[in-house]
Write a protein that binds this ligand. Structure first.
Ligand code: CAO
Length: 428
């Protein structure tokens, strides 16, 4: 003979309309006493509601997303009379112990990632069913830290349940032992939803250059404390000279502002040698370079590449013009060799041919600084008596703050402006 038992939500304290965030059983499941039936979550705590009797689930009366109160019916269970005899009445189910405290902010904060954390799959054959025993809130916490929760074999909660503290301990261990968490840094991952839910899409693989640049930029972003300093150089006279050079009879070369900027940058680097240095890999010393090569960021159909122009101080503007034109053509044809892109001391990223007022370029480490350039424009500049129209060039200097202080960065920029303000100074 069998008897039907109803298991209801027990006394859960003075809270109402509590969310059901996981349903752990389905019709036909054979359950044991203390087996988790559902998980409830408020903004302060997450709690499991265990079975008070063993038997076969006849009907599940709740689903994820329902709101419940004390006394809400969870499941009806068919219990054999033998088993039922010692079992306590459903109504006397003990109040579930909160399995862990979850601060409100930690539950509320991840809302935008909602498409990534559908509650249902977590309870039914999802990420770690059978491997990791943890509440949705703890799984979410683990995901935010980039932890694959299945890597935590045993938790300190009831019946080995993984708690938030277990996740923290795992991350701490990973950091102190220098191992990586989920194949990368211990960083929260960015949720990528299924975009087809919103419309048509097309997937294109990244080029090899895109991937390499992405990896390098990410590692620079994570390793270097960078500061970007913005200013403008008065290039009115330089521009007049440049235009004159271009219009000279028999001229076969295209002189752009970039060439003068390269020369001015080299002169400033010679004046401030820390800009021509790199930190040693142990971070304990500075390596000063006695050579001076400048990398130029070139935009190509396959992505960004940075060919290096060697020994800039010894080259004329004309030589630089020829070399830049040859290197950028080679870059766009995908014909640069690895050697063409090695040995840079500082880089220039010039977007001036396109536009812009300012941006924050990322240092091409192990270099310690990069110069960004955007489009020059005529500005009214006060000369002490009146406003004068002057051609102003926006400059953005990003530097590694471990090597270069703010004051040195500002002095470097002043030197750069000094040379660009009158390029004859480069001859002195
Ligand atoms: N202000 C105003 N005009 C500018 C300028 C500036 N700062 N810089 C260039 N120009 C003008 C040039 O004078 C030229 O004008 P004309 O066609 O009338 O003669 C035009 O813009 C195009 O210049 P250019 O781009 O051919 O030549 P360049 O020497 O300035 O730059 C190169 C060469 C290879 C740096 C550039 O072609 C390039 O690829 N830039 C993109 C770099 C990049 O992607 N950086 C981002 C890296 S970080 O994500």
């Amino acid at each position: 003979m069998s008897t039907t038992f109803e298991i209801k939500v027990p006394d859960i304290g003075n809270v109402h309309d509590v969310d059901v965030v996981a349903v752990e059983v389905q019709t036909g499941d054979v359950i044991e006493v203390d087996q988790t039936l559902i998980t409830l979550e408020t903004d302060k705590a997450s709690m499991d509601v265990p079975a008070s009797v063993a038997g076969t689930v006849q009907q599940v009366h709740l689903k994820v997303g329902d709101k419940v109160n004390e006394g809400s019916l969870i499941v009806t269970v068919l219990v054999s009379d033998e088993a039922a005899a010692p079992a306590p009445a459903a109504e006397s189910t003990p109040a579930p112990a909160p399995v862990e405290e979850v601060k409100a902010v930690e539950v509320v904060a991840p809302k935008p990632a909602a498409p990534e954390i559908p509650p249902a799959p977590l309870s039914k054959g999802g990420e770690a069913k059978g491997k990791a025993h943890a509440s949705p809130a703890v799984r979410l916490f683990a995901r935010e830290l980039g932890v694959d929760i299945s890597q935590i074999s045993q938790g300190n909660g009831r019946k080995g349940r993984i708690l938030k503290d277990d996740v923290k301990a795992y991350v701490k261990k990973a950091l102190t032992e220098g191992i990586t968490v989920t194949g990368g840094a211990a960083l929260p991952k960015i949720a990528v939803p299924d975009f087809t839910a919103f419309g048509e899409i097309e997937v294109q693989p990244l080029s090899k250059i895109n991937k390499l640049t992405g990896q390098h930029m990410t590692s620079v972003w994570l390793n270097l404390p960078m500061v970007t300093y913005h200013d403008e150089a008065d290039i009115t006279d330089m521009e007049a000279f440049r235009v004159a050079l271009n219009s000279e009879k028999n001229n076969t070369v295209k002189y752009t502002g970039l060439l003068f900027i390269m020369k001015a940058l080299a002169a400033a680097m010679q004046q401030f040698p820390r800009f021509n240095s790199s930190l040693s890999s142990d971070g304990q010393s500075l390596i000063f370079k006695k050579y001076l090569n400048i990398g130029i960021a070139v935009d190509t159909p396959n992505g960004l590449v940075v060919p290096v122009v060697r020994d800039v101080p010894s080259k004329s503007i004309k030589q630089l013009a020829l070399e830049i034109s040859e290197k950028s053509e080679k870059a766009r044809a995908g014909k640069l060799t690895a050697a063409d892109m090695q040995g840079g001391c500082m880089s220039i990223s010039s977007l001036g041919g396109i536009g812009g007022k300012a941006f924050t370029p990322i240092v091409n480490a192990p270099e310690v600084a990069i110069l960004g350039v955007t489009k020059s424009s005529m500005q009214p500049v006060w000369n002490g008596k009146e406003f004068e129209p002057r051609l102003m060039l926006p400059l953005d200097l990003t530097y590694d703050h471990r090597v270069i202080d703010g004051a040195e960065g500002a002095r470097f920029m002043e030197a750069l402006k000094y040379y660009l303000g009158d390029v004859r100074r480069l001859l002195v």
